[in-house]
Design a protein around this ligand. Structure first.
Ligand SMILES: O=C(O)CCC(=O)C(=O)O
Ligand SMILES: [Fe+2]
Length: 315
C-alpha cells in the first residue's frame, strides 16, 4: 500500500523560499477540531503531568511543550500532513523542539510585529535558545501554526509581510523589559498591539524604522487549518475585536537535528516565569539523529510513543 505523501511540490517549495510562508493547509475538519479542542481544554488546564509542573507551568504564558504530556498534541506534531511539508524544507532528519499556545480573548491586543532568529530576546541573559551550525546560511525555526478556533481578521488572525524572512530588523541581544501591566494598553501605528508583556520595538536595530504594514497579508483560517512560516519572517496578529469569540493558535516549532536546542541552558526565564529544562527533550519526527548533541524523548510522560516519519523516498 502506498502511504500518503504530503511533501511540498517544487512550486510550493519555491514559493516558501521566496515568501517565507505557505498555506493554509487542511489538517482536521471543523467538527473534528471542535471535538479535539473540547477534550483538550481540561487537559491543558491540568498541568500536573506537564514537564514544567510546579515551576510556574500553569501560569506560564503559552503553556509550553504540552505535546510531552498530552497525547492529542503528541499525535498532532507528528501528523504526516505537517511533517512531510516541514521535512521538504528542513530535510529528512527533523525534530520538534517546542509547542506553545497563543490565545487571544475578546478585546485582546494584537501581537507586535516581530522576527525571531535564535529566540534569545526573551531569556533573561540573552542566551540563544537555538544554534544553527556556523556554516549554515539558515537561521530561525520553521513554525507550524494551527488554528484550533476560527482565525479571522476580527478574532485576531496572523499577519505576514511576504519575503521579509532573510533580513532581521531586530537585534535579539538587546533584550526587552517584561511588564505585564502594559498588556492591552499600547497602540502602535493606531493598532492595539503588544508582545505578551514585552514591547518588541525595544529590539529594533533602527529606532526610527517601522514595518511597512501596507504589504501585510492576513492569514484567515478555519478551525483545523495550519500555515507554515519561518520565525524570521515579519509576523504579527490583529487584535481580537469580537466580544465573544476567542482565538486559539497552537504553534509547533521544527528544526533539523544539526541545530543545537537550548545550548548550555538549564532553565528558561521568560514572561516572568522560570521553567526548569531538566525533563525537556526534543521529539524526533522524521529520520534519525546523526549528531548526538541534542536530548530526545521517544514517548510522552504517559508512555505514548511518538510516531517517527519514514517516507520511502525516490531521491
Ligand atoms: O499567534 C500569535 O499572535 C503570534 C504567534 C507567533 O508569534 C509565533 O507563532 O511565532
Ligand atoms: Fe512569533
Amino acid at each position: 500500500m502506498q502511504a500518503s505523501n504530503f511533501s511540498l511540490t517544487p512550486e510550493e517549495l519555491e514559493q516558501f523560499e521566496r515568501d517565507g510562508f505557505l498555506g493554509p493547509f487542511d489538517l482536521y475538519d471543523e467538527a473534528e477540531m471542535e471535538k479535539h479542542l473540547a477534550a483538550l481544554r481540561p487537559r491543558l488546564l491540568n498541568s500536573k503531568k506537564s514537564i514544567y509542573h510546579g515551576e510556574g507551568a500553569a501560569s506560564a504564558i503559552s503553556n509550553y511543550d504540552r505535546h510531552l504530556d498530552v497525547e492529542f498534541l503528541a499525535e498532532h506534531i507528528t501528523r504526516p500532513e505537517i511533517v512531510d511539508r516541514v521535512t521538504s524544507v528542513l530535510g529528512r532528519n527533523t525534530l520538534c523542539w517546542r509547542t506553545e499556545f497563543f490565545p487571544k480573548y475578546p478585546g485582546d491586543e494584537g501581537t507586535d510585529w516581530h522576527q525571531a532568529e535564535d529566540f534569545s530576546s526573551l531569556t533573561d541573559s540573552q542566551q540563544s535558545q537555538i544554534l544553527w551550525p556556523q556554516d549554515s546560511p539558515r537561521r530561525g525555526t520553521v513554525t507550524v501554526w494551527t488554528a484550533f478556533t476560527e482565525s479571522s481578521v476580527e478574532t485576531g488572525c496572523l499577519q505576514f509581510i511576504p519575503g521579509t524572512h532573510t533580513t532581521m530588523n531586530y537585534d535579539e541581544k538587546k533584550g526587552m523589559d517584561y511588564d505585564p501591566e502594559i498588556v492591552n494598553k499600547k497602540e502602535k501605528g493606531g493598532v492595539s498591539r503588544g508582545f505578551f508583556g514585552y514591547d518588541y520595538r525595544q529590539l529594533q536595530k533602527d529606532a526610527d524604522w517601522s514595518p511597512d504594514e501596507s504589504k501585510a497579508v492576513s492569514q484567515v483560517m478555519r478551525p483545523g487549518q495550519f500555515v507554515i512560516f519561518w520565525s524570521t519572517l515579519m509576523h504579527a496578529s490583529h487584535p481580537n475585536t469580537t466580544t465573544d469569540r476567542m482565538r486559539l493558535g497552537c504553534a509547533a516549532r521544527y528544526l533539523p537535528t544539526s541545530v543545537r536546542v537550548y545550548p548550555g541552558l538549564t532553565q528558561l526565564q521568560e514572561f516572568g516565569s522560570t521553567l526548569n529544562l531538566e525533563r525537556f527533550g526534543n521529539v524526533l519526527v522524521s529520520g534519525s539523529d546523526e549528531y548526538g548533541h541534542n536530548r530526545f524523548v521517544d514517548r510522552t510522560v504517559d508512555g505514548h510513543p511518538f510516531r517517527v516519519r519514514e517516507l520511502e523516498r525516490t531521491s
